[in-house]
Every structure is written in structure tokens, then in C-alpha cells.
Design a protein around this ligand. Sequence first.
Ligand code: DQA
Length: 138
Amino acid sequence: MKKIIIINGPNLNLLGKRETNIYGNLTFNEFFEMITEKFSDVSLEHFQSNIEGEIINKIQDVGFEYDGIILNSAAYTHTSVGIGDAVKAITTPVVEVHISNTFSREDFRHKSYISPNAKGVIVGFGLQSYELAIQSLL
Ligand code: DQA
């Protein structure tokens, strides 16, 4: 069974009640239950943190062992050299995802420290971005 982890960054614990016009009405737990059922032949895990160093620790913990990391580092995407370096350091392929189309939003969201070292980037398909990322790793 393939081991894939979804790592979500800051404020994504508020999905379902945060800027629902951009991010939708589902909580991540509700969505995670749906995809766990849909991809029952995959070992899917989810980790969320609002803390940059915890995200780096998790990437290091799984990054030489798991079959794939789906990373939405949220606002840290646009600021974190440390998370970018962690993605570069590991051997597990990383698919960067964003719920919203960051390129249709403010200029500061156009820069990503993750993309140069990601296997690929999926942006702007709502929560479906995560499903597309899983499919890309299978
Ligand atoms: C986001 C886009 C980021 O710019 C933003 O800071 C987020 C969420 C997305 O999934 O659309 O928190 O990563």
C-alpha cells in the first residue's frame, strides 16, 4: 500500500469557516473522510500545523520513507526558505497544492519557495486540487 501524507500549513485548520467564498464550506476533516474512502487502497495521512518549524520537522520525518507528500504550506509557501530547503533535502516526491488560484490573487501569492523543488504543482481547483495530487502520485 502506498503511503501518502497531506501536510497543511497555517490557517488551513479553519477550512469551512475561513473566507468561504475562496476556500469553500467543507472542513478539512469532512473532506479527508471522503478521500480516505475514495482512495481506500492508499494509506492516507493528514498533518496540519500553524508553526513553520513543525512543518519542517514533519517533512524531514516522512521525507525519506513515504511514497508521496502533498504539501499546501499556505502562506509559508510565499515566505519560507526553510520549508523550501526541506523539500529540496528529502527524497520523497512532493506535490505542491493550493485550493485557490494563487496567480489570480495578490502579487505576493505568485512567488513560491516550494515550486522549484516540487515534482509538480496543482493550483486553483478547490479541494479537488488534493485529489488530483493523489492521482498524480499513484
Ligand atoms: C493557499 C493560498 C495561499 O496564498 C494562502 O496563504 C493560503 C491558502 C491555498 O490553498 O489556496 O492560506 O495555499
